[in-house]
Design a protein around this ligand. Structure first.
Ligand SMILES: [Zn+2]
Length: 170
């Protein structure tokens, strides 16, 4: 009997990142390799970090904050009038630390999620293997006729009511 809220189980699709040397397993969940987490090696302080310091910062209307944690900010200093140098080196070092912690946490959560998924996959595979081995055994005549009976009832939509009576008798 297929319940209204039950689903035929399928396996999750494995994440593949071809650029990594080991596309499967724990290697997927690595911290980004930026030298500077404040600007992600762009020279511009990342928006979500900059707004911690600049109240109401909107990158669409306000000048871009230059990173002072690394020397990459210097590449933008010629854009006078479109740069904001209010974030100090200490601010940017602090933002670098915050962003590193965020990424460590994200990576940890991704890895934990991966382990849970892996466990789920292993369990599902084990269940599938078990079901398959059960089906290998030929049905007895009694089982066969019961299965046929159930099948006929299901087709005639009377199975649920009959099953209810059977359960009550059991
Ligand atoms: Zn930087």
């Amino acid at each position: 009997m297929i319940d209204d809220e039950e689903f035929e189980q399928v396996l999750p699709v494995t994440v593949r990142r071809e650029s990594l040397p080991k596309p499967q397993g724990e290697e997927i969940f690595k911290m980004p390799t930026w030298n500077c987490f404040c600007c992600h090696d762009t020279g511009w302080v990342q928006y979500h970090l900059a707004k911690r310091k600049i109240r109401g910062y909107d990158p669409n209307i306000h000048a871009n904050p230059v990173c002072q944690n690394c020397n990459l900010g210097s590449r933008w200093l010629h854009l006078k009038g479109n740069t904001d140098k209010q974030l100090t080196k200490i601010d940017c070092q602090k933002l670098d630390r915050i962003e590193r912690r965020n990424w460590e946490e994200t990576t940890r959560l991704q890895f934990e999620g991966f382990q849970k998924n892996k466990q789920l996959i292993d369990e599902t595979l084990a269940q599938l293997a078990m079901r398959k081995s059960l089906r290998k055994r030929a049905r007895t005549i009694a089982e066969e006729s019961h299965a046929q009976y159930k099948h006929d009832l299901e087709r005639s939509n009377k199975y649920e009511s009959v099953q209810g009576v059977q359960d009550a008798e059991a």
